[in-house]
Write a new protein. Structure first.
Length: 152
């Protein structure tokens, strides 16, 4: 996804509990052979909107989609509340996989954040970490009078 901003991250977080519930029902309905994973054929038949992205979603390349792989896509699973959507955007933007975004990585994958790079880079080390981005989003929400919402 080329466009990204704090609004998208917040929208993913707010919808996450509902997305998980809906996803679980769709997953169970699509799992025709009841083996706990979705084959490419099951996805094509029951979840056709996901079919074009099957290979991208199949992170372990086993030819099946697990509930965990789909939760990561929905931005509702993984390591805790709010992780997933934000973490997935961050992971995709982190081209070299070092856990931080250089200015070039941010500008290429997350141009709206890239434009604010210097404001977000709190320690001025020329890298944006997920913690710096969380603090930035928290401060933005607080400035809008929404301090109770949790950061991704």
């Amino acid at each position: 996804m080329k466009r990204f901003g704090s609004t998208l991250a917040l929208g993913v977080l707010a919808a996450a509990p509902f997305a998980v519930a809906a996803q679980q029902g769709r997953f169970a309905a699509a799992d025709a052979d009841r083996n706990g994973v979705l084959s490419r054929a099951e996805v094509e038949r029951s979840l056709p909107r996901l079919a074009p992205r099957f290979d991208e979603l199949d992170r372990n390349r086993d030819g099946n989609l697990s509930p965990e792989e789909l939760r990561a896509r929905a931005g509702a699973g993984g390591g805790g509340a709010g992780e997933g959507g934000f973490a997935e955007h961050f992971r995709r933007a982190d081209a070299d996989g070092d856990g931080g975004l250089t200015r070039a990585e941010a500008e290429k994958a997350l141009p709206r954040l890239g434009a604010k790079f210097d404001r977000i880079d709190a320690n001025h080390d020329a890298r944006l970490t997920s913690d710096e981005l969380r603090r930035y989003f928290d401060a933005r929400r607080a400035a809008r009078g929404k301090p109770g919402e949790k950061a991704p």
